[in-house]
Structures are given as C-alpha cells and as structure tokens.
Design a protein around this ligand. Structure first.
Ligand code: PLP
Length: 397
C-alpha cells in the first residue's frame, strides 16, 4: 500500500500543467504559432549574457570542485558574496551564515515551512496565491493553510479578514509581492498596516508571528515600483528568494532562504531550516549555479521586454472592456472573467486556442491568469481572439 495522499498528489496534474500539456498536443495539430499558451510562468527573456559568461568561467575551472557537493548550506564564499550584495542594497549586516542555498524558491519555501511548523500551527496566505503554498504547508509540513481574501478593489490585503484569521495558532504569514498571479505590488501603506497588526498580535499571543516573504519576482517591477525589503521593516521575517525569474533560470533550480540574525530565535530557526533541507533530502543546492549566482550579483534580465508585454496586453484588454488591476510587477495579468464561472470562461477561451488559467486555481474565482512571459507577437496576434470572446459575451458589439 502506498501513501494515498502522495499518490493523489502525483497523479493529479495542476490545471496549469494540464493546459501546458494540452498546448503542446494542440500545437502538433494546428501549428505552434496558432496556440496562444499563456499558462506557464516560464520566463521568455533569455538569461542575461553575464550568466553565460559565468558558466564559461566556472567551466574553465577545477572540474572536481565544479561538480562536487558543497556544504549543505551552500559554498561559504558564495553565501558570503550573496550576503554582501544584500548588505550593499539594503544596508543590512548579514554574513553568509544567514543564508541557506536551495533548489529554487519551491525548496526554500518547503524548508521554511518545515522549519517553523509545529503540531497545530497555522500559516496564513493571501488570495490569490501560488497554489503550491497549500501543498507545501499541508502535505509537506503538516500544518494548516488559512486563506485570507484580498480587498476586491485593488487586491491589496483585506485587514478585517486578516484580523479575523489571526489567532494563537498562527505561526507565520506568507507575503508574495510582486504577486503571482496578480502582478500586484504591496504598497507601503499595506506593509505598514500588516507589520503593525502582526506586532500587536505577536505581543498579545506572547510568541512571534513570522513573515515569510516569497520574492522570486523582486526585481521584475515597472515604472520604478518599490518592493520594500521586509526584514528592514519587520524583524521576524524569513526571505525565500529564487533566481528562476530574475535570471531566467527556472530549470537550474537555485535560490535561498535568508534567516536574518534579528529574527526571533534566529540561530534555532536557521538550524531548523538546515535540518528541514536535510530531512527533505536536498543535500545541497546545485553546485555550478551557486557559483553562477555569486558571479551574477546585481544582474537581472530584460524587464523592459516584460513591461512592453504588460502594456500591450493591459491596454488592449481594458479597451475591450475587460476589468483588471494594473500589475506593477511579475509577468502576470489577472483580469476578471466575463462570466462569474471562470472555469467555463477559460474553457470557452480554449475554443479559440487561448490558454489561460482559471482564477479558482489561485483561490480567486471570477478571474483568469494570463502569463505574458511570451513573445510580444503572440500577444499582438492573441488580442483579436480576446476581442472575439468579449463580443461573444456581449461586452462589445
Ligand atoms: N513562489 C512563487 C510566487 C512562484 O510564482 C514560483 C514559481 O512560479 C515559486 C515560488 C517557485 O519558484 P522556483 O522555480 O524558484 O521554485
């Protein structure tokens, strides 16, 4: 008898993956250029040149070291270089001993949740949210995932709903800004209210409430939008970072957990993150790409290309009558669907070979996620199809 929960997880693909696979099979029938696949968050801009140069420089070095195990936390000089970069950018005082390198943000989050979760603990996430959170928290760490809806008008935090959800069992609150799937960046005001409320409740409950800041899209922001560095505002913050999006390296699996020394029980928490990584069998983050990340501090991909896509898609869709909060970051648009049943809407869009993901998958029905990390020409050619859909629904004549 196998573990039924794991078998169920393994045999049910997410809607996003289903759509992606469907897109591939459909492309074989109608041609790749006639399938408008907006399903996956796979970066469309190439990794910066600095990445290729770093790979070549590393490849020219000692081949044994290049492919060998590193320390479980990551190579000491790499962690030191990444800490120095954070210090230069955010005025912090970290050493490499605050960092634990991981196989991307997914592993970073799993380590953070497992490190913190004790029996009966709850973790709060804000809808709409990256669907894997619930799996990492409940199936992975054995804790409870509590979902708080956003304020409908701007997809920032609904503080009344958050105030109700917080209780003595709350171990941590997960923040993802810029957000997948909405592209929304939390405002200064939102973060001030959030940190004030968490401080007040932590004091009332007599234990820390951690913030887990999941920030793989930190550098993908438009028009100078600011993404405040949360550890500087709230000491009990754990950062989960990834190079999947900023350096366009999702398949290479590299990221980190940052446990700032200012966080409550930081030494024990850092040890627990290392322990979680060990228990989960991560051993160490990919060795070559640890070194590439260290060589590429300060480098990021072509954000202007994503912004051009956002502008084209956002302006085009809103002119047709689609309603959408204007995203300030990441590479997703999250418009309302033209009927309340988002799954029915997305199925209808599929009839036009427009592959978009129902908002219900992100616990926010009545919306669709459009990943615009695609060629700009794909968006240009998809717009008339979105227009046809709007016509079908009588939004335009
Ligand atoms: N968190 C969010 C919000 C994401 O969108 C993703 C990936 O799309 C991840 C975490 C996982 O990223 P990684 O590829 O680094 O594991």
């Amino acid at each position: 008898m196998v573990n039924q929960q794991m078998a169920a997880l393994g045999s049910s693909r997410s809607t996003i993956r289903e759509l992606f696979e469907y897109g591939n099979s459909r492309a074989a029938v109608v041609g790749r250029e006639n399938v408008f696949d907006f399903s996956l968050g796979n970066p469309s801009v190439p990794a910066p040149d600095a990445v290729r140069q770093a790979i070549m420089q590393e490849a020219a070095g000692d081949p044994v070291a290049l492919h060998g195990y590193t320390s479980a936390q990551g190579a000491a000089d790499v962690r030191q270089a990444l800490a120095a970069d954070l210090n230069a950018r955010f005025g912090t005082d970290y050493t490499g001993d605050s960092l634990y390198l991981t196989a991307g943000a997914a592993a970073a989050l799993s380590c953070a949740f497992n490190a913190l979760a004790c029996p009966g603990d709850e973790f709060i996430v804000f809808a709409p949210y990256f669907p894997e959170y619930k799996m990492f928290i409940e199936s992975g760490a054995g804790a409870k995932c509590v979902v708080v809806p956003p304020s409908a008008a701007d997809l920032q935090i609904d503080f009344d709903a958050l105030a109700q959800a917080l209780n003595e069992r709350t171990k941590a609150v997960v923040v993802n800004s810029p957000n997948n799937p909405s592209g929304v960046v939390y405002s200064e005001q939102t973060l001030d209210r959030l940190t004030a409320l968490l401080r007040e409740r932590a004091q009332a409950y007599g234990h820390p409430i951690y913030l887990i800041s999941d920030e793989p899209y930190r550098e993908i922001v438009y028009e100078g939008a600011q993404v405040p560095f949360l550890p500087c505002r709230y000491a009990d913050t754990v950062v989960c970072y990834s190079y999947s999006k900023s350096l366009s390296l999702p398949g290479e699996r590299i990221g980190y957990v940052l446990v700032p020394p200012q966080a409550a029980d930081s030494a024990a928490l850092y040890a627990a993150v290392c322990g979680a990584g060990r228990a989960l069998g991560y051993v160490c983050a990919p060795s070559l790409f640890q070194r590439v990340a260290a060589r590429c501090v300060g480098v990021s991909g072509d954000v202007a290309a994503y912004q051009a896509n956002r502008d084209l898609l956002y302006d085009g869709l809103t002119a047709m009558g689609y309603r959408c909060v204007k995203p300030q970051g990441a590479f997703y648009l999250f418009p309302q669907t033209l009927e309340a049943d988002d799954r029915a809407f997305c199925a209808r869009a599929k009839g036009y070979d427009l592959l978009v993901v129902p908002g219900a998958d992100f616990r926010m029905p009545g919306h669709m996620r459009i990943s615009y990390c695609v060629a700009t020409d794909t968006i240009r050619r998809a717009l008339p199809l979105f227009e046809q859909l709007a016509r079908d629904y009588g939004v335009i004549s």
